[in-house]
Ligand binder design. Structure first.
Ligand code: ZN
Ligand code: ZN
Length: 482
């Protein structure tokens, strides 16, 4: 029964499945047009299954976070009255009940105040308003969420209570609307050359934008789209820009900025290069309402080497010349399981992939990345021990990122020699390297613990299943996987 699920990896997988499906579609189209429809529906079914699993895992994680956080409050004794109230009175799924049981003050106070707004893509299970509590519980200064069910083209509208509670909690927990970077549905493909399908995507996209507006949010992040292999990139780019222009008109008076995400570059996906993103923006009429979100894993997979400070600066320079720095509205902070230019979208926990903490060290000290949401989409494991072993990963990663942005001013760390004015550059570099190593080990310990407790369970699984999952390059998934 207890399982672990790398939520972000599943999302990643969903996107990739879509790409692979569209690649397969292209070759089939050439050889046998009649089989096409079958492949599409199969791909869509598979995609739905993956998204379904993400949702299911979101629910479980969300429940565990609630339980575990109240446990922590009890242990720390920081919120005695709140804890007493929480103890034995837990309503796991009641959004209304939660608002009274949450210690807003403690959650606010515990959060690090920084110019770099670090957080994670958190669960919105049980109502969008719950995402805010989940974000605060891991100490995030920013966060991302899905606005509706990811497996369906249409979802019921928000209830008034969702909207009221969302706005209320945002204020209570000290977030600005600009700290939130909602993520659009993976089903949306505004670059689809088949007009009927593009229209379906457009309606889903427009609905997302209206939801942002309802919640008083200002940003909306989405994947630009794919040619599905049927047309040249330039044609899909035109469709994407047309849809954005139309959406701007259909939401006149709204301030929501559509934020294009850079992609890893697999298959026929648009937006892995700055030039493509720049081309889309070039065709958008209302430049005030368009922006870009850079995913560090996607950057690296697309061939932008951001491991060194020089590489990061060079990347930001070309971003500035091909797109324009003023369009940078958000970041997704993910390490990469695969190498430079791999074109594979495989997120890894910070420091444990090819980027290493060194890359995040540059990013977290760059003034160009201040003040925008910087959101983790790294693997998060759910297992028998619940949050203490799983959700803690994001809490730790947020803590490490905040620490990285402060290393300059404070080199002291237990067991590491402190930095003083007399420090020579070399010594300082050494001390920094030592700190990065220590912080990486901190993250690894928590990730290993989360994985470890599932590994014990894994022994009861069949060897075949475990093998199959490893092959896919995604950390072990749950038993419901085909
Ligand atoms: Zn994304
Ligand atoms: Zn990704």
């Amino acid at each position: 029964m207890p399982v672990k699920r790398p939520i972000s990896s599943i999302s990643t997988e969903a996107a990739e499945t879509l790409e692979i499906a569209s690649e397969g579609l292209t070759s089939l189209r050439r050889s046998n047009r009649s089989k096409r429809a079958k492949v599409v529906s199969y791909a869509e079914e598979e995609e739905n299954e993956i998204v379904d699993r993400v949702e299911k895992s979101e629910e479980v994680v969300s429940k565990r976070v609630e339980t575990s956080s109240s446990k922590r409050q009890l242990e720390s004794g920081t919120a005695a009255s709140e804890s007493t109230k929480t103890n034995g009175k837990r309503k796991s799924k009641s959004a209304k009940g939660d608002v009274d049981e949450i210690d807003h003050e403690t959650l606010r106070r515990e959060r690090v105040s920084s110019k770099w707004k670090v957080g994670a893509h958190v669960s919105a299970a049980g109502g969008v308003e719950n995402s805010i509590i989940n974000a605060a519980k891991i100490g995030g200064s920013s966060f991302a969420l899905f606005l509706k069910s990811q497996r369906k083209w249409e979802s019921p509208p928000f209830k008034d209570t969702n909207v009221t509670l969302f706005k209320e909690r945002l204020k209570l927990l000290g977030y600005e609307p600009g700290d939130v970077l909602p993520h659009g549905s993976y089903l949306i493909n505004l670059g689809n050359p088949e007009s009927e399908k593009r229209e379906k995507s457009y309606q889903c996209f427009l609905d997302d934008l209206k939801r942002c507006d309802q919640l008083g949010l200002e940003l909306y992040n989405f994947h630009p789209g794919s040619t599905t292999g049927l047309v040249p990139a330039s044609e899909s780019i035109r469709y994407i820009a047309e849809c954005i222009n139309r959406a701007h008109k259909d939401t006149e008076g709204s301030r929501v900025v559509v934020v294009l995400e850079n992609m890893a570059g697999a298959g026929n996906v648009i937006g892995s290069s700055f030039s493509e993103l720049g081309e889309i923006i070039g065709l958008v009429e209302d430049k005030e309402r368009v922006g870009v979100c850079l995913d560090t894993c996607h950057l690296f997979a697309a061939g932008y080497d951001i491991r060194t400070k020089e590489g990061w600066d060079k990347t930001m320079d070309s971003f500035d010349s091909e797109i324009g720095l003023k369009y940078l509205r958000g970041l997704h902070l993910n390490d990469s399981q695969t190498g430079l230019g791999s074109k594979r979208d495989r997120h890894e926990n910070l420091g444990l992939g090819h980027l290493t903490l060194q890359a995040f060290y540059h990013i977290l000290r760059d003034p160009r990345t201040q003040g925008i949401p910087m959101v983790l989409e790294t693997p998060c494991y759910e297992n028998s021990k619940g949050l203490e072993d799983s959700w803690e990963i994001w809490r730790k990663e947020v803590e490490v990122l905040n620490r990285l942005s402060r290393i300059d001013g404070d080199l002291s760390l237990p067991g590491v020699s402190g930095g003083t004015d007399e420090d020579k550059d070399g010594e300082k570099g050494e001390a920094e390297a030592e700190i990065l190593e220590t912080l990486t080990a901190d993250i690894k310990a928590i990730v290993d613990r989360a994985k470890g407790s599932v590994k014990e369970k894994g022994k009861t699984k069949t060897g075949n299943k475990v093998k199959g999952r490893k092959k896919k390059g995604v950390v072990d998934d749950d038993d419901s996987e085909e």
